[in-house]
Design a protein around this ligand. Sequence first.
Ligand SMILES: Cc1cc2nc3c(=O)[nH]c(=O)nc-3n(C[C@H](O)[C@H](O)[C@H](O)COP(=O)(O)OP(=O)(O)OC[C@H]3O[C@@H](n4cnc5c(N)ncnc54)[C@H](O)[C@@H]3O)c2cc1C
Length: 401
Amino acid sequence: MIFDYSEHTQHMINRVRRFMDEYIYPNEQLYEEQLRSTGELWYEPPILEELKAEAKKQNLWNLFLPESDGGAGLTNLEYAPLAEEMGKVLWASEVFNCSAPDTGNMEVLERYGTDEQKERWLKPLLAGEIRSAFLMTEPDVASSDARNISTSIVRDGDEYIINGRKWWSSGVYNPRCNIWIVMGKTDPDAPTYTQQSMILVEPDTSGVEFVRHLPVMGYDDSPHGHGEIAFDNVRVPAANMLLGEGRGFEIAQGRLGPGRIHHCMRTIGVAERVLGMMCQRLTERKAFGQVLSDMTLWQQRVGEARIKINQARLLTLDAAHKMDTIGNKAARAEIAMIKVAAPRMACEIIDMAIQAFGGAGIAPDFNLPYYYAQIRTLRLADGPDEVHNRTIARLEFKKHM
Ligand SMILES: Cc1cc2nc3c(=O)[nH]c(=O)nc-3n(C[C@H](O)[C@H](O)[C@H](O)COP(=O)(O)OP(=O)(O)OC[C@H]3O[C@@H](n4cnc5c(N)ncnc54)[C@H](O)[C@@H]3O)c2cc1C
């Protein structure tokens, strides 16, 4: 399979690159300064809104969505290189309204939401006015097996009552995070895959408790943050149910394919940027009378890094192509493969870069520790490597039975 970019895709890549060059890279420092300027942890840098307005004006907005849903009408294969460009700066995808977990949540609302739910939450999400969170993982059960999720959602007249505890709920501390998709059990006695449901909850509902903030390897991940959330007899209108009782797994299947591949595409962008930084550093530093880039050892490492990035990119494009042509379900092995391969590759390259930079690699100056922390979490978030390898292995064994 040859993945030549079409004229249209190349045009879009150029536009996103130009935007990154003109608006994102020059504002990286300002973003960091504004983020810490008030001492308030969840303060959103005002530059973010300014850049969002510019991206919207340039029609570089909701690029992940089909045209009929108000997006750019790109296939996964066409969107992949754009997400890679955005991934080079960890907060940039939000500028284009293409960030996690909102892209996945918007797709859920678009596909499964009622007209009322769409009007109330999808519309402002598509406009970039609010943000959202996806609450599945629970501290008390092994959540990589979603069948274990035990938060209860019980019907009571025209309401549902929610009880349980979630954690690693990404984005809940963002002041603009106004809607959560919560997964729980509506019927523990139903067949395994129809016990779970997904329901929409507004964070200011009575009975919702923000238990604690969870830093990522010491990083606060401001202005979004990850939280542990307790639900104590939280009542929401019955109209907040998504798709219907017992349809939670069905929604999860639909949601996770695109969400996973978007993460991988951005991760390849991180790896590219870090490799570029590493090459520059290696050509600038001299040790033992030799420029580091002239040392065979570093040439070998850089060669390996290039091979690994290209391998991961091709695997990701293959998954994107399969999702576009045979559908997310049939492409589940390819999606699982890139979910394992891309973060692992990027972790290796960031680690290599830390070594190349010496002490500066560990200092905050080049952001390498933060890149590492962010990418390392992707070997867990959306399911740990082992679970994806299990999917691949099962399909592989089936072929030989
Ligand atoms: C930064 C970050 C952000 C996150 N954001 C969100 C979010 O927004 N919403 C949300 O709901 N969750 C989120 N998560 C949670 C994440 O999806 C879970 O941590 C992940 O699915 C694993 O679940 P668990 O932590 O319960 O681990 P467990 O299920 O307890 O698994 C622990 C370990 O057991 C091993 N294991 C599990 N199954 C197998 C197997 N079949 N074979 C071999 N070994 C196995 C793996 O090594 C695994 O890491 C986030 C996590 C992080 C770190």
